[in-house]
Structures are given as C-alpha cells and as structure tokens.
Write a protein that binds this ligand. Structure first.
Ligand code: PAF
Length: 318
C-alpha cells in the first residue's frame, strides 16, 4: 500500500489526537500546522504526547506555524482542517487557507467542523471538488499544548458535499491511512444526512449543557431537562425535513445514548464558555434558525437558547 501524506491544521484536541495517532502509525508522512507560537515551539522541542486506552506515547512530527516554510514544502495528498468554526470565520485564517490552497493546488481537503455553513464559505477559497466533509464521534481533551487525552473511541465518516456516485480513490486512501492509525473510518455516500444527525445532536446537548453548566449525562436527570431537549430536537427535525433530509425518529434514542456514553464529558460549548472563548453556537443552533427561516419555520426553543448563549458570550467578553 502506498502511504499518503497528510498535513493536519489545528492544535486543538481533535487536531492533536488525529495527528498523533497517524504519525505514530506511519512515520514521516504527517505534519501539523498550528497558529500559536508557544505551542509550535513546544511541539517541535518535546513532541506530541498522546494518552489513550492503549497507553501513553510520544509522536515526533514536523510542526509548522501558519504556513510550512519554503524548505519543507512537500506536496500533501490531504490537508485535514481541524480548527473550530470560530477560527474559520476569522480573516487571518481565510488568508492562511488561501495561501495553502495556492501552494498545494493538488491537495484534497477534509473538514472536521461541527455545524454547517463552512463548506459554502470554504468553496470561495478551495475548489469545491477538492473539499470533503468528515463527521467524527471521536472524543479528545487537550490537557496542555503538547498533551492530548483520547477520551472516547468513535467513528469517522468521510464524504463529498456533492452527491458523488461513489467513494473516490483518494477518499479510500485517506480511510486506509486512518484505519492504520486505529480509527474506525468509513466512506459515507450520504454525508449530508450524517452532518444533520450530528448537527441535531450538537444543537440539543451543547447549548443546554452550556446554559445549565452541567455534564452531558446530567441532562437526563430531570423530566424538565428531557422535555427541553425534546423541544429542541423536534424543531431541529422539522428543519431537516424541510431541507430534504429525512432523519429517522430513532435519532432521539441515539441522542439519549450519546448523553449516557459521554455522561462525564463537558460538551465543547460548555468548555468554550468555561474558558471564556466564543462558542460554535452560530454554526449549530444559529444555522438551524437560518435554515428554518428559509422555509418559513419558527424555532422558538432554538431562538431562546441562541439569545441566552449570546448573552453568556457577551458576559465572558466583558
Ligand atoms: O460537541 C461536543 O461536545 C460533542 O459533539 C457531543 C456529542 C455533544 C458530546 O460532548
């Protein structure tokens, strides 16, 4: 099997975890790009530490800041975009991605973001046929700039935003590389449905855990909380239907099971609030509101949580 070369962008929990596992599985074919100068120096000096259910390992892989320097500009088969939606919306990131797209015109891009809206935005920078979507349920927690804990095994689906007839060769190569690193990765021929499933799960768990400042499992501890979850879920389901995505009502059970499986986790939105960062709410609940408005649907439960999270973000900034 020929190995593929992957450039991972993003020094957050998922970026560090995926890059570490892939670098450990296949030496010399992965590199990591971060934007924070301190993290860049630490990773280059001490390596990337991964703690998992299989042990503790140190991965040494080239780490760059912003753009790979001219003397290390190998060609990359894949560029994996692991940064949050909040970073993608930033002008500095847009300029960086434009530079990368022109340096590596033959690379395929795979985007791991929560929520929706980013593929449309990225299409103005990267040719759409080179963009692929990844939806993952892997869970990781960044402990410091060079240490990441792989807290939960999950699955990763990869597919094209276009209704492609079947998986391309390049997608299969990426799946193989991820498989070699121990990930359960699969091609999805209906990535839109997979994106919507995750969107609805995030649109319920994330704002409620952030507003109530509780762990995911605590959502199931009272009738009121479950009723609140159901309201958000039903509104989301109606928007998906209006968008032509027929999600099965069985998704409600899946949502409850995500709460049970990740019972001890702080959701990503709660972590953002606790750390004074902007959340991804605009791309999760906000994108549902926008899609609902296109179809004349009112979403009072989502509108209320959007208002509350915006207020919490404002308090954090203040
Ligand atoms: O965003 C998150 O935190 C996760 O996607 C999920 C599924 C809500 C579990 O914490």
């Amino acid at each position: 099997m020929t190995s593929i070369r992957i450039l991972w962008i993003g020094g957050g929990s998922l970026g560090l975890m995926f890059a570490a596992r892939c670098a450990l599985a296949q030496e010399g074919t992965n590199a990591l790009l971060v934007r924070n100068e301190q993290q860049y120096h630490i990773l280059n000096g001490q390596g990337l530490e991964l703690i998992g259910d299989d042990g503790r390992f140190t991965a040494f892989l080239p780490c760059f800041q912003n753009v790979p320097p001219a003397d290390s500009r190998d060609s990359w088969d894949w560029i994996a975009l692991m940064v949050k939606q909040t970073h993608l919306a930033d002008e500095r990131t847009a300029v960086q991605l434009e530079t990368l797209a022109s340096l590596y015109p033959h690379a395929n891009w795979v985007c791991f973001q929560n929520g929706t809206g980013h593929i449309e935005r990225l299409s103005s920078i990267i040719p759409r046929e080179r963009l692929h979507i990844a939806v993952t349920t892997e869970a990781a927690r960044k402990l410091d700039d060079r240490t990441v804990h792989h807290t939960g095994r999950g699955m990763t689906f990869i597919g094209s935003p276009e209704a492609a007839p079947g998986p391309e060769y390049q997608e299969k190569m990426l799946i193989q590389a991820l498989g070699k690193a121990g990930f359960d990765a699969r091609v999805s021929n209906n990535i839109k449905e997979t994106v919507w499933k995750k969107l609805l799960i995030n649109a319920v768990i994330n704002p409620l855990t952030a507003i109530l400042r509780i762990r995911n499992g605590e959502l199931l501890e009272s009738r009121e909380r479950i009723d609140w979850m159901r309201e958000l879920f039903q509104e989301g389901l109606a928007v998906a239907r209006a968008e032509g995505v027929n999600l099965s009502p069985g998704l409600w059970e899946e949502l409850l099971s995500v709460c049970r499986r990740t019972a001890n986790n702080h959701s990503s939105m709660l972590q953002d609030i606790m750390n004074g960062r902007r959340t991804e709410m605009e791309w999760i609940n906000g994108s549902l509101l926008k899609a609902g408005a296109r179809h004349g649907l009112e979403l009072p439960a989502h509108a209320a949580v959007v208002r509350r999270i915006r207020e919490m973000e404002r308090d954090n900034r203040g």
